[in-house]
Design a protein around this ligand. Sequence first.
Ligand code: HMG
Ligand code: MG
Length: 375
Amino acid sequence: RSAEQVRIVEVGPRDGLQNEKKAIELETKIEFIKRLAQTGLRTIEAGSFVSPKWVPQMANSSDILEHILQQPPQAPEPINYQFLLPNSYGLGNFLKVYKHYGDSAQPAADTGYPTPPPSPSPSDNGPALNTSSQDANAMPSATDPTAAMSQPVNSSPSSSSSSSSTLPEIELSIFTAATETFTQKNINCSIAESLERFKPIFGAGKEYRLRVRAYISVALGCPFEGPDVDPHQVADLAVSLLEMGAHEISVADTTGMGTAPKTQELLKTLKAAGVDAGDLALHFHDTYGMALVNTVVGLDHGVRTFDASVAGLGGCPYSPGATGNVGSEDMVHLCHSLGLKTGVDIEKLSRVGDWIAGEVGKANESRAGKATIAR
Ligand code: HMG
Ligand code: MG
């Protein structure tokens, strides 16, 4: 990716919606993803395979995955869809669907992972994306750690073979945190246990050639342990997750407690620990209005991937008082104002943000989104 290109990871369908108390219709979620796909975004986090007892809103993520695989939303550029997985149970539920649609492709070769991304097309001003899963979705194998849990969702062979050649790229997102208390509250285990739980997910990633992204929550402040989270703890975790096979670490300011100096210190500590800016994404919640300031600090340090949610929707159910992610429209506006390319049409994106905010009955929190629509 050239230095002038920024990749926006749209987390609206997952982080944006997960905290909504009122159940949102499956059709609305699918329509949301379809509309986002039209805007020039290249990465969309579409759902999460967590416990429906813990996060009821995400309960129909299997249906969303199935829909994406069965009828990939029309998009100007190939899209990478991410799904959150906390453990092997979630992985099993994911594979029940994924294996069915990937079952006519080649097994992953032993020769390495990830496969190198193809060159971006000349017309592309977005990031270089690995679309290799279009030909690399593996047959279920006898070594699959979750094989016992996996049953095809649809036994019709024709539907899988007809869609396999156009499968969009799917990516797995795992998530842990920089403090023990938040990890316990969010995923009911210690940080060390969370890493153990990720091992089968990395194994499946290797087997199915699915990239694995890793989130580190509360990296700039914890709702339970306070604002001063040790940046070395974040760096150590990032190094461990990269060594385990993560292709990208999304460093998350879950609480919005991050400030410019803290963000700078964290990025310097990550660099000193050997974590390259190219291995990082930044995930800012905008609770204190600092997200764009911290984004500029990230850009200055060479980070070129940022998570955001249209209309500023979002929040973690296990972070009391946490509000939405930084608005994607604001992120796009900031990047364009700095001469950076995102590939995103801000007018289309702003209309999607305003529409989904209306659908969920929330105010549109994106200032650039509202201003763009009013123009
Ligand atoms: P647990 O209760 O400790 O799980 O939950 P368990 O292994 O003891 O199993 C208990 C029951 O849950 C069993 O069912 C399991 O089968 C079931 P039962 O026998 O009682 O009928 N179970 C599951 N069901 C569906 N999917 C699963 C699953 N796992 C077990 N994956 C667990 C542990 C991790 C599941 C739970 O704590 C959980 O789901 N937590 C998710 C919390 C969450 O989604 N938080 C929000 C996302 S993270 C976030 O927003 C932060 C981020 O945006 C970055 C940032 O801003 O910081 C990414
Ligand atoms: Mg978040």
